[in-house]
Design a protein around this ligand. Sequence first.
Ligand code: SAH
Length: 341
Amino acid sequence: MKADLKCLTSTEMEIWAKEMGLDPYRGRQIRQWLFKRLTVSFDEMTNLSRSHREILKERARIDHLEVVKTQTSEDRTTKFLFKLADGLSIESVLIPEQDHFTICISSQAGCAMGCRFCLTAKQGLKRNLSSAEIIDQVIHVKRSMQNPEKITNIVFMGMGEPLANYDNVIRAVHNIVADNGLNFSHRKVTLSTCGLVPKIRAMGRDTSINLAVSLNASDNETRDFLMPINQKYPLHDLLSACRDFPLPHRKMITFEYILIRDVNDQEKDALRLAKLLAGIRAKINLIPLNQTAGVEFAEPSMDRILSFQEILLNKNFTAIIRKSKGQDISAACGQLSGQTL
Ligand code: SAH
């Protein structure tokens, strides 16, 4: 099997170049082509001789995703539908902010976690993405832009549970933050998880990117019902992993809380949430549920949402109401299905 060069770390790349009979600095040149110039073919690597390029073509590959469709929403959010080599599809979302863009990327085709409110869950897990497929989403979206450097933030909040594909995700993160990789600041990269406790602990050791936890409930009964993973890693274990999570440069853990009418939106839920997070440097993102086909819940009234927020603010938490973007093109949180509508 030929090596996919985007999967290699910088050290591995140099070793690989050596094995191919090339000088180690050729490895660094190749990484420049891949990650700085966003090259998708060996023929474009013009500072390598023709014979070197032939060696590369024989021994290595640069896979790339096929863009099947892009859709832009009224709020300028753009959704990219990609086809993988085996025919499966995934989606990435480019989200315009005031002076920069955030890209939301997928880590798996489908998802095994079964959260009741999420459309991706309905299709089950198809497979893990390779680290090249993860990184390629960023490369492709950048290639489609006039000012690709405007993408400063990456969130692992697309399809899939990133910590269930731990090794490939961590490998991709390595090349996302490496200065001879895509060179993103680790402070601007956030991984969101439904709560795989042992992997949260591993992530704290292995990377310095930000952690976001999809909490969505403040008691085990409700969370068990909404998110089956809670039966394996209940709130007590999850919160203790969060308390232990090393925070020096990351400053805060983000907790996402989808507000669902009559399920988790009452005053008592907010008070319990405040208690649960006491002592954690927490930022709470309140996301009114996005109604999607096949999901049986509704979003609360605006009054209810505001009073939920008020309670948290009164307890001195940072609590932000986040209407997710791109709803009209099914690009919002929980709406990614990898299907053209
Ligand atoms: N599996 C990871 C990454 C996916 S992130 C995780 O669970 O964190 C997707 C985010 O969208 C999560 O915070 C999730 O809680 C939120 N989400 C899922 N379905 C949603 C819906 N229908 N409405 C609003 N937010 C939703």
